[in-house]
Design a protein around this ligand. Structure first.
Ligand code: AMP
Ligand code: MN
Ligand code: MN
Ligand code: MN
Length: 292
């Protein structure tokens, strides 16, 4: 009996979910296969690769996941505009070949190329000559230039010691390297995720500079448009925020998601698979695809 139990424990690995992370296909620092291998080494059994506004890292991640016996959930993190805020919507279990989603994301990336030129021009004005070339040295996917890449180049050029300070001083609204940009609407992004058969999740709700009242309006709008889940246990949330958004998820009848938002070993809130668990009573978003 005892022997049987030991054998069973060895055979059954506790499931561990990380449903938000980035690779060099967007602004992460590790290639997709390395992200998957690191997640696996950290005990993750189901990983969603959710690169910003694109799907190009998924084939490599899927091949590595198959090699290691880990479940890869196809995902993406879509930049949208809502009420003059830039908000991120994660799409999980999407069909990466869906033409509506693919076309929508193509459009966002085209807009990003234009934005990168405008950010560079603003930073040149305050003395960072050659910033675009330096930034491109950090870019893994030329179609996806993110402020995170500018931040790394600005650190190299001596603007600040750390990426976080660069954001505060140069890359956030009102600062010299910030430019307005027309991201697609919440409605459009939810339409693409729906077309691709995925589940839409509001990413890291604790990170937006919104009052609780405004955040409540975002949740209402998202629910009215068919949104089904919010990221409760984000690596970027404090334990208090996790408890708070757990209560919010229950109040709005949203499922809860959990993910590290890992970007790289030296730049992340937490490592892959290391976000805190969902609070009691929150329905995990993976329940929606488990039985499919
Ligand atoms: P973008 O989508 O080009 O506007 O860039 C947003 C990305 O910049 C986010 O996905 C993060 O990777 C990074 N980021 C945004 N704000 C901060 C911050 N305060 N500190 C560090 N990284 C940040
Ligand atoms: Mn990012
Ligand atoms: Mn985000
Ligand atoms: Mn992210």
């Amino acid at each position: 009996m005892l022997n049987l139990q030991v054998h069973k424990d060895e055979m059954t690995q506790e499931p561990r979910y990380d449903l938000h992370c980035h690779s060099t296909a967007s602004d992460g620092v590790l290639p997709p296969a390395a992200v998957v291998a690191r997640a696996h080494a950290n005990g993750v059994t189901s990983l969603a690769l959710t690169d910003h506004d694109g799907l190009s890292g998924l084939p490599e991640a899927k091949a590595e996941a198959e090699k290691l016996g880990l479940q890869l959930i196809p995902g993406t993190e879509i930049s949208v505009e809502w009420n003059d805020h830039s908000v991120h919507i994660v799409g999980l279990q999407i069909n990466p070949e869906d033409p509506t989603l693919v076309r929508g994301l193509d459009e966002i990336r085209e807009g990003r190329a234009n934005r990168a030129g405008r950010i560079a021009a603003e930073l040149e004005k305050v003395g960072f000559v050659g910033i675009l070339d330096k930034t491109m040295g950090y870019v893994g996917n030329p179609e996806l230039v993110s402020r995170a890449h500018f931040a790394r180049a600005l650190v190299e050029m001596g603007a600040c010691r750390e990426v976080k300070q660069v954001f505060d001083r140069y890359l956030t609204p009102g600062k010299p390297g910030y430019v307005e940009h027309p991201w697609p609407s919440l409605e459009k992004a939810l339409g693409w995720i729906r077309a691709a058969g995925g589940v839409a999740v509001i990413a890291h709700p604790g990170r937006y500079r919104m009052s609780n009242k405004e955040l409540g309006k975002l949740f209402d709008a998202f629910r009215d448009l068919g949104g089904e889940a919010i990221e409760v246990a984000s690596g970027s949330h404090t334990p208090e925020q996790i408890a708070h958004f757990g209560r919010q998820a229950r109040h709005y009848a949203f499922m809860g998601s959990q993910g590290s938002d890992f970007h790289g070993p030296d730049e992340s809130y937490v490592d892959l698979g290391r976000s805190l668990p969902l609070p009691e009573g929150v329905v995990p978003v993976w329940e929606s695809w488990k039985n499919n």
